[in-house]
Design a protein around this ligand. Sequence first.
Ligand code: ATP
Ligand code: MG
Length: 764
Amino acid sequence: TDPRLVALVEALNPAQREAVTAPSEHRLVLAGAGSGKTRVLTHRIAWLMAVEGVSAHSVLAVTFTNKAANEMRGRIEQLVNVPVRAMWVGTFHGTAHKLLRLHWREAKLPQNFQILDADDQQRLVKRVLKGLEMAEDRFPPKMVTGWINAQKEEGRRPHQMADQGDYSQRQLVRAYTAYQQACEAQGLVDFAELLLRAYELFRDQPAVREHYHRKFRHVLVDEFQDTNTLQYLWLRLLCGPEAKIFAVGDDDQSIYGWRGAKVENIQKLSRDYPGIELVRLEQNYRSTGTILKAANGLIAHNSGRLGKNLWTEDREGEAIQLYAAYNEYDEAEFVVNRMRDYLDGHGRYSDLAVLYRSNAQSRVLEEMLIRARLPYRIYGGLRFFERMEVKDALAWLRLLVNRDDDGSFERALTTPPRGVGATSLEKLRAFAKQHELSLWKAARSGSAALGRTSGALGLFLDQIDLLDQQTRELPLAAKMEKLIERSGLKEHYKKEKGEQAEARLENLDELINAAKSFERPEEEGLDPVLNFLTHAALEAGEGQANAGEEAVQLMTLHSAKGLEFPVVFMVGLENGLFPSMRAVDEGNLEEERRLCYVGITRARQQLTISYAETRRIHGVEQICAPSQFLKEIPSETLVETRPRAAVLRSSFGVQSGRGGYGGGGFGGGGAPRSGLGSGYEHGNAWRERQQEGYNLSRPALSAKMTAEVGYGGYKLGQRVSHPSFGEGTILSFDGEGERTRVEIRFANAGTKWLMLAMAKLSPL
Ligand code: ATP
Ligand code: MG
């Protein structure tokens, strides 16, 4: 009769209530998207504490991301109305880390062991390979690192693999052995090692194991379908004879197979805990009837499903809008215009999410959002122009334009690495400072003071000059492409292998596309290269919402797992993009289809799906076929949307192509806001009009902006340092003469307006 308890169970349907309030047994909740799995898990914890008197100490809850873990703790605290700091809520890695800190001795680690991040790990592997005289072209450090991690994730130590396999396999095992020795000697633990160590800690130390068997009486796991082999093994060790496991998951949302997740763990769990209670939840509380129907229809094309039928009491809701865009710019503009329609009806920015298959797709969307002045945040990633590989490639271009740009000089000199070490760079810096030269000029001075690395350094200088000559006459995109190629960046990132490398290469290709859109040299006599670099510097700092601020969310489909939004845009539904080229080639579509299912089921009220009929890939316009998934979504849930021809012209014609957004977009100016408003028509009438003035290249920066370049010796995009705010980038100028104000985005102090005359800036 505690009103809080009443509220606790009243917020649940009978099946959920059963799962939350049932006596403690092993339990597996296997249910589709939006059926309340995560909700059941948090309510279960609250129930255990409030009714069964379970102490926060004896609960271990594991989720997929730190964000989810924090949210879960917050929800539980809300439900039970007390802080639950003593409860272990975290990711697998976080939990493993905590255990190793507490039991460093038993885990045979030094007390102050350090975590090796991905970069550090690779550098160490590289040194190890060198020590073993394993050639880098045959055994690229990135590849070897990936291989070592994969072994660890399967729970394999080098000694278990000794004398197995062919020559390269043996070499790899040799590298693994030496790498592990180096880690031990230096007290270093990489990410995969965290889990493996924690697993071995439980396996080999009965005292520790028994301690936790007494402690953790309730072990709860969210997103169980995406656990990997080692995580599962560890989970089993962690649960003592008294502990009850409570796992929730959805086989239809298993999307990390490529990273070693094993959906079979669901069946394993049922086998390993024979009496486990299986709970199915079938009512979806998230989405409208239409959205759910689309999701169900799509996923029915997968074979070997555990099978479930999701339904909702919610109304049918709006049809899913399907938009066939002319190209990626048209697609992004359409998305932004639909967002504005929604926001005009007083929706919130954070209601809106755009989901895409590949990271590189964010660039054009970002550009349109910035132009429309909609604050956005990229969830679980960096904005396009802030991504490492993009900044690397732009450093090369900057250096061609200005040899004295020290930041770019250092970046290009060291990425990809060319054998100029930290000490030589330090010497060069000191020399440059002493003689008040740029790094380039210092290096060119050929001073003997710079020592014996001058060989590698000299080659680099010559390479830059040569590249400059060779690319001088090339149009911007071709120049960019050549730079990416000849700088060695492409090779460098290719070696990384795996999904991460693919994403980086895609971003480099996307950079060429971006460059292409700046190739209108006649225009206003602007130099496309400078224009492009300014744009990149500005976009890197613009539009980004601060933490906690309202913003539109952009993210990959993978990072959207577990989340929900009132309005969702799923973009780029084209064969070769989604499903990805690799999945198509390998005939392995089921995981991609699950990813599409995850995407659709993120939407609560409105879902818009789009594809582009042409898309620039590698700087070349390519014709795209709509994704086969579109055919698998029941057609009665979709309605095709086309922009109205008249609006089309004002939106993409020369006039707005230059001035950016004038409110003349789709459905702009006073069109009714209900649904799609009058700004759209359904059908195909627009196609023939594409010929007239359908110019989608991006507008150049306005003349005004460029005229402002050069205030008091400073220019837009320039890096500067301020005595108290630190380093930053110039975003804009205002006013004239003594009253000139400058807007600077500081790396650690936010964005500020300062009086230029007073600000005591120094150029970097
Ligand atoms: P996913 O598979 O995407 O992780 P899920 O099964 O974990 O989804 P939840 O996120 O827990 O689903 O729930 C989906 C939405 O439905 C949430 O907004 C949740 O608050 C709501 N919800 C779940 N159960 C109920 C209920 N009985 N009454 C009202 N709302 C509910
Ligand atoms: Mg969930």
